[in-house]
Write a protein that binds this ligand. Structure first.
Ligand code: HEM
Length: 286
């Protein structure tokens, strides 16, 4: 007995056209809805990052005017910085998922204006991914790169901020058309898309909520019981502060402390040993 294998149609010769995406949620309404929250998260992250930077590296003209109170202020701004940065990771993933078909649009470049627009989107995506990824690795103190984290993180923050503003300006007509509860113009989508989008946004909100709840306890002590994913914990250390690095991890040893000096620069520079510091009167600030 002979068997004939079924004939498969020959695969078509590979065409240069990319596949078409038909998913209802890869649309401007979803991009706007997620983009709004992403914009807020990046704005808060950028502002609190600037606070941190200028408190630690104040320009001369500002140094004498920066507030030192309330003592919990820095904890609040840093807590917000890390929380919004972590939330932005979830939002960025959803946003990129919503818009990725546009990255394969054909033809890839239609005009000089379109080429420049795509270049700005490439810069936006690269800088946003870089910023969030390096920020995430920084909180777990893993530095698998040859550059110094702080100056690069600070510089790239400006690139992200600038490219988000440019992106919003370029997409302004689409953002305006899809900002409200109902999209305006001729781009109305079928009712099922609205249900799917609501589910996607609810799922995204829930994911952001879980990430925030399981990390924010490192700065917001009432929620420290839920602090499961954050690498810092407010209970590590004598002052109830979430420390970046313990003394042991930073290599501070008994022997090192004997020769340690605090050098105070200024018009009348002086140096203090640890014993000098310990002999000084103490005061507590809340
Ligand atoms: C880090 C922040 C952001 C990133 C990485 C990002 C990324 C992208 C990418 C890769 C595209 C597709 C590129 C293209 O259409 O040429 C896109 C499209 C779009 N984005 Fe953003 N975006 C961000 C923030 C925002 C914000 C804050 C808004 C305003 C609410 C927004 C609204 C839109 C809109 C309306 C589109 C067009 C979607 C479409 O027509 O299907 N984006 N975004």
């Amino acid at each position: 007995m002979t068997f004939r294998l079924p004939r498969h149609p020959r695969p078509a010769r590979s065409s240069l056209r990319p596949p078409t995406f038909t998913g209802g949620l890869h649309d401007a309404r979803t991009a706007t809805a997620v983009g709004r929250w992403l914009g807020v998260a990046f704005a808060v992250c950028f502002a609190t990052g600037l606070v941190s930077h200028y408190l630690q590296h104040p320009p001369d003209w500002l140094a004498d005017h920066l507030p030192t109170r309330p003592s919990w202020g820095y904890r609040l701004t840093q807590g917000l910085h890390v929380a919004t940065g972590l939330a932005a990771i979830v939002l960025l993933l959803v946003k990129l998922w919503a818009v990725y078909p546009r990255l394969f649009a054909w033809p890839p470049v239609r005009s000089l204006r379109h080429a420049l627009e795509r270049l700005s989107v490439a810069l936006l995506v690269a800088s946003a991914v870089f910023q969030l990824l390096t920020g995430l690795l920084n909180i777990v103190e893993w530095y698998p790169w040859p550059f110094s984290f702080v100056p690069v993180h600070f510089a790239v923050a400006w690139i992200v901020a600038g490219s988000i503003l440019l992106h919003i300006a370029v997409k302004a007509p689409e953002i305006a058309a899809h900002w409200g509860r109902r999209s305006s113009g001729t781009l109305e989508l079928p009712a099922e898309s609205a249900v799917d989008r609501r589910s996607l946004l609810l799922g995204t909100g829930a994911a952001v909520g879980v990430v925030t709840l399981t990390t924010v306890g490192q700065s917001f002590t009432p929620l420290k019981t839920f602090d499961l994913l954050a690498p810092r914990h407010p209970d590590h250390g004598p002052q109830g502060l979430p420390v970046n690095r313990t003394a042991a991890a930073a290599g501070v040893s008994e022997r090192g402390l004997r020769t340690w000096r605090l050098e105070v620069a200024g018009p009348r520079p002086y140096a203090l040993t640890l014993d000098d510091l310990l002999a000084m009167p103490r005061s507590a600030v809340r």
